[in-house]
Design a binder for this molecule. Structure first.
Ligand code: GLU
Length: 316
């Protein structure tokens, strides 16, 4: 039986929502709903130090205030919960076990300082490419080092190009060994890595369509490799351009003046949706709109492919 479209919101509640989150969330909602699909809300609160329950609740309130409703997840729950990553330890442990059985997981004792050493090769986005330092440790070496330090866990990657056709940006591929290196599944302090958690959860929650910021484009080949190893069906991916402040900075949670709180003091939900839809090429002017009113004209063809400057005066 053909399965309908299921999209998702996957916010990390480490602060209030900001324009960039809202932009990709609006597009995720429009894309799924314009195909008659459903939306799931999953709270990505793996990092308990940074993600609080209060923020998670505010995020839900923010989506509701903007008219971006979801069908399943968050506090409303549903059949594929829990929808909080902090409560999905068992699911991640089971996936890790499957990867271990394939002989692809190994402990890594490298310190942060070693990983960031100037000699380590870097990717274009500034992240280090893991050089495989701990890849071939012997059982004795592992035992000796484990006594001194809890290891992180890494996944061996192949010397192979993994690519996909992004629904918004077109073809993207990486050679995992050359461009990324063996990547983390679990940190030394026990925190699950985003790459593993997002794959396990998107598959378990029946997500058929992932719409997110293009800062995560380069994570996708790693995630596709995990889908493959775990025998799971990957969703379609649509990466959306990032929003840039007039001075060229990427908008982030640090831009307090652009948090939803601050914006809603100066604006209304419909004015915000209208402004974001304008940036997405879906609203001819920046007049206030409801999300529903944008559905009939929604088309990925109209959505920009490169990062977008937010013009002075639109939101600030
Ligand atoms: N939780 C991530 C974020 O808020 C999004 C992850 C994803 O969409 O795959 O940036």
């Amino acid at each position: 039986m053909a399965k309908g479209t299921t999209g998702r919101f996957a916010p990390s509640p480490s602060g209030r929502m900001h324009l960039g989150n809202l932009f990709s969330s609006l597009l995720a909602w429009l894309s799924a709903k314009s195909q008659g699909g459903r939306m799931v809300l999953r709270i990505e609160d793996l990092d308990a130090q940074r993600c609080t329950r209060t923020y998670a609740e505010r995020v839900e309130a923010d989506y509701r205030a903007l008219g971006l409703f979801w069908d399943e997840g968050g506090r409303s729950g549903g059949p594929d919960g829990p929808y909080y990553q902090s409560r999905r330890n068992e699911q991640y442990a089971a996936a890790l076990e499957r990867l271990r059985q394939k002989g692809l997981v190994y402990p890594c004792f490298c310190t942060r300082a070693q990983l960031h050493a100037a000699s380590a090769p870097h990717r274009d986005d500034g992240q280090t490419i893991y050089p495989g330092t701990c890849r071939d440790l012997t059982a004795d070496e592992i035992a000796a080092r484990s006594a001194a330090r809890a290891p992180a866990l890494r996944l061996r990657v192949p010397d192979r190009e993994i690519g996909f056709l992004d629904g918004n940006l077109g073809w993207y591929a990486e050679n995992l060994e050359r461009d990324c290196g063996d990547f983390l599944l679990r940190r030394s302090d026990g925190l699950w890595a985003y790459q593993l958690a997002v794959v396990v959860d998107d598959a378990a929650m029946g997500i058929t369509q992932v719409v997110r910021g293009s800062d995560l484009l380069s994570s996708t080949p790693r995630q596709l490799y995990l889908y493959n190893l775990l025998g799971l069906t990957p969703p379609e991916f649509y990466h959306v351009p990032l929003l840039l402040a007039p001075d060229g900075r990427r908008l982030s949670k640090r831009d307090g003046d652009l948090s939803l709180d601050a914006l809603l003091e100066r604006s209304t939900p419909q004015a915000m949706i209208g402004g974001l839809a304008y940036l997405a090429g879906l609203n001819p002017g920046a007049e206030p709109r409801s999300p529903e009113s944008l559905l009939p004209e929604f088309d990925w063809e109209k959505v920009p492919k490169t990062d977008i400057y937010v013009p002075d005066g639109l939101f600030f």
